[in-house]
Ligand binder design. Structure first.
Ligand code: NAP
Length: 298
């Protein structure tokens, strides 16, 4: 049996949906049964409950599992959550852990300067040292993070970010889910790391242009200072640790400025990379503010 953790979240639910689409049975770990309704409706998906921080809650979720796609939130608890889960999975006899990590597309990005990247590095070292066969997926920024800008886009027709003319190479979570499916269902990936980005390095002006074309009205990029954006995030209700981690991330991105596209993983698995224009067209109603972004559509 294959287990996907973080199954109520953005990348986890996309991976579960890919299994359902392919007709391959999968078990989905969630910690909040209230939120798992959409997952339960997917064919071949068995929903299991447990908290990755509390090994005693994971016994039945891990029973009979050979391989895991390990995902949890990028918050301050990620290091403890994933290291605790690795120990529990090994004790339960899991034979292969595929860690969902991250890698910024920015050239020369220093992982030590951003809390999540730093934690991912530490977890990867812990996983490798544990002795269990492992694989690491390292996607760049998700295209879906631009949904967080929808309230501004709808209210003012502006995409407000502190990035100047920095380029980023965001990737569609659906592409990552297809690559994760291939890694989890075919042999030969132990000890390998798969970095991946989207197919283009884009300025925020380019991204605003693609959103504008998709929604059929003007959307302009407005460069703001990191302090202004941090105030916006706090006013929008982001917890302070999240707002300050984002400020760290954006400072490092604009300090360096240029991204490199890496499609080697897409090519290796024969996955056609989704462009931002295609992603924006597919999600035009979300960018119009007409539909909420559903993490796990039924
Ligand atoms: N955002 C990006 O652009 C980006 C790019 C590359 C890589 N990443 C990485 O992708 C991963 C997912 O990030 P995200 O913030 O986008 O995810 P997300 O949508 O918040 O999903 C994370 C999921 O993990 C679950 N989870 C967290 N702690 C748990 C626990 N103790 N036990 C069981 N489940 C738990 C959450 O459950 P609930 O639903 O109950 O909260 C949530 O469903 C992170 O490691 C992040 O660093 C992100």
């Amino acid at each position: 049996m294959i287990l996907i953790t973080g199954a109520n979240g953005r990348p986890g639910s996309a991976a579960v949906r890919e299994f359902a689409r392919q007709g391959t049975p999968v078990r989905a770990l969630v910690r909040d049964p209230e939120k798992a309704g959409d997952l339960r409706a997917l064919p071949g998906v068995e929903v299991a409950y447990g908290d990755m921080l509390w090994p005693e809650t994971l016994e039945s979720a891990l029973a009979g599992v050979d391989r895991v796609l390990m995902i949890s939130s990028a918050g301050p608890l990620m290091l403890e959550t994933q290291c605790t889960f690795i120990d529990a999975a090994i004790r339960a006899g899991v034979g292969h852990i595929v860690k969902f990590s991250g890698k910024d597309s920015i050239d020369g990005f220093d992982n030590e300067r951003f809390r999540s990247s730093r934690s991912h590095e530490q977890i990867q070292r812990y996983l490798v040292a544990s002795g269990v066969p492992w694989t690491v997926l390292r996607p760049s920024q998700f295209m879906q993070v631009y949904f967080e800008e929808v309230p501004d886009i709808v209210a003012s027709g502006e995409l407000r970010l502190p990035l100047g003319d920095t380029t980023l190479a965001p990737i569609d979570i659906e592409d990552i889910a297809r690559i994760a499916y291939a890694v989890l269902t075919t042999p030969g990936h132990e000890g390998r790391t798969y970095p991946m980005t989207g197919p283009e390095a884009l300025t925020m002006t380019d991204i605003a242009g693609h959103i504008s074309d998709a929604v059929g009205r003007p959307v302009r990029y407005r460069d703001v200072t990191s302090e202004e954006k941090q105030r916006d995030w706090l006013a929008a209700g982001y917890p302070p640790p999240r707002a300050s981690a984002f400020a760290q991330l954006f400072r490092e991105r604009s300090r360096l400025g240029r991204s490199t596209v890496d499609l080697a993983s897409h090519e290796h698995f024969g996955i056609e990379p989704t462009t931002f224009a295609e992603f924006a067209r597919r999600n035009a109603d979300v960018f119009r503010g007409a539909t909420d972004y559903t993490v796990t559509p039924a």
